[in-house]
Design a protein around this ligand. Structure first.
Ligand code: NIG
Ligand code: FE
Length: 421
């Protein structure tokens, strides 16, 4: 099947010579084609150019192509959301009310709420229930423009429940048109029965969970919540070593609550990304420079927990790339809306729209190992894109926060929702 989109007001994030990510000053460059067309072939982007249509396409347009007229509309590559925990049971708005009344995320966690609360609910839910709830969330983010998403385990906190979560994630890959990347997050929190014996829990993650996850090939990435009150840098390194030994690549939570040493540990173990980064100073920035590790900021969690913002302007000035993701989870970011992340990027982190768009497309594709095939409009990449409602230009996307500007969703070359003419 082939699709031809014509009269595109502006085709955003066009790459003639694809790069794995953009860094520093290059983050403020965004290539676009005005008054253009795009052709798909199967699940790939075949070609694009400026209107009028070339002769060869005019004739083949009569021969069975599905033609979409995108007059007044903008076409974007689908968002890549490189950090979520969207497989979970139920919700935690009770803690949200505690938070409004003044308790902090860490205080809620210490009282057995937070991740431990979600672990209890996950334990009681069947695989089918978890799958159904997660599918609802995947559909929601798909309609908001996301085309590829990473999903972490981490609400199991024991071998069986971690495997249950990862098997649900594997099932979702077959059930959803989204591209899904699984990450094993055995060390998300210390379960109550291991309180005071954190070493023994790390032993369990290293000795039993990692080998079992690897044996079933359930995840290509390994994560640790390396932060104050959760796991230390030393414990993180032990867990990453075990993961790497079993063929997984590191991709970790770091420096959300303090200067945890997580960023340096991530870089040392060649993590593909280090995520959160509210506590990032010169030392951390220097460690990240030229490392291949993508600094990933999660503006939804910082907004929801009212934390300080990661020093994104300083990171970009130093020459670093920055990716952004939603962190969709029931505790610190109960939304996977990447359009809102774009707005937060501009409003709270003072990124210009071009930088924000690069952060949620090509750089977040890199942060989950997908930038060869996703994250921009380039010939040969997967045809994951969306057509907006009529909007004046791409800067309208972060500007008009709170409304859904996506009209037509196309994933792997298929129209999934919206305009089917
Ligand atoms: O990324 N920081 C650790 N984990 C999640 C929160 C998970 C939860 O509260 O359920 C996060 O913010
Ligand atoms: Fe997270």
């Amino acid at each position: 099947m082939a699709l031809l989109i014509i009269n595109i007001q502006e085709l955003v994030q066009v790459e003639e010579n694809p790069v794995p990510f953009v860094a520093g000053e290059a983050m403020s460059e965004l290539c676009t084609l005005r008054n253009s067309w795009l052709l798909t072939d199967g699940d790939r982007i075949a070609d694009f150019g400026e209107m009028p249509l070339p002769e060869w396409l005019k004739t083949s347009a009569d021969a069975g192509l599905t033609v979409i007229d995108a007059r007044g509309r903008t076409v974007f590559p689908s968002f890549c959301d490189s950090h979520t925990h969207l497989v979970y049971a139920g919700s935690r708005e009770v803690e949200y009310i505690d938070k409004i009344r003044g308790l902090s995320y860490e205080e809620i966690a210490r009282r057995g709420g937070g991740i431990l609360n979600s672990a209890k609910r996950l334990h009681d839910a069947s695989e089918d229930e978890l799958t159904e709830q997660a599918l609802g969330r995947l559909n929601e983010i798909m309609m908001l423009g996301t085309g590829a998403v990473e999903i972490k385990s981490g609400y199991g906190l024991n071998l069986e429940d971690e495997l249950k979560m990862l098997r649900v994630i594997r099932k979702l890959k077959d059930l959803s048109p989204l591209t899904i990347v699984p990450t094993f997050l055995g060390a998300h929190a210390v379960p109550a029965e291991y309180r005071g014996r954190q070493d023994a829990f790390v032993d369990l993650v290293v000795g039993e969970m990692v080998p079992a996850v690897a044996a079933e090939k359930l995840a290509g990435f390994i994560d640790v919540f390396c932060d104050r009150g959760f796991f230390t840098a030393r414990e993180t390194e032990r867990i990453l070593e075990a993961g790497i030994k079993h063929g997984m690549r590191a991709k970790i939570h770091a420096n959300e609550l303090d200067y945890s040493g997580g960023i340096q540990a991530g870089v040392k173990y060649k993590a593909l990304s280090v995520d959160h980064l509210e506590f990032t100073g010169d030392e951390e920035i220097n460690a990240l420079l030229h490392s291949g590790t993508m600094p990933t900021v999660l503006p939804g969690a910082a907004f929801f927990l009212e934390m300080v913002c990661a020093p994104v302007r300083r990171m970009i000035s130093a020459g670093l790339p920055v990716a952004m993701a939603s962190d969709f989870n029931p505790g610190s970011s109960p939304s996977g809306n990447m359009q809102f992340i774009l707005s937060l990027a501009c409003i709270k982190y003072k990124m210009v729209p071009e930088e924000a768009i690069n952060a949620v497309t090509i750089n977040s594709a890199y942060a989950m190992g997908l930038s060869k095939d996703f994250g921009s409009i380039a010939r040969g990449k997967v045809a994951n894109l969306f057509i907006t409602h009529p909007i004046p230009g791409y800067a309208f996307m972060p500007y008009a926060y709170g409304s859904n500007k996506v009209e037509t969703v196309i994933l792997k070359g298929k129209i999934i929702a919206g305009n089917k003419e």
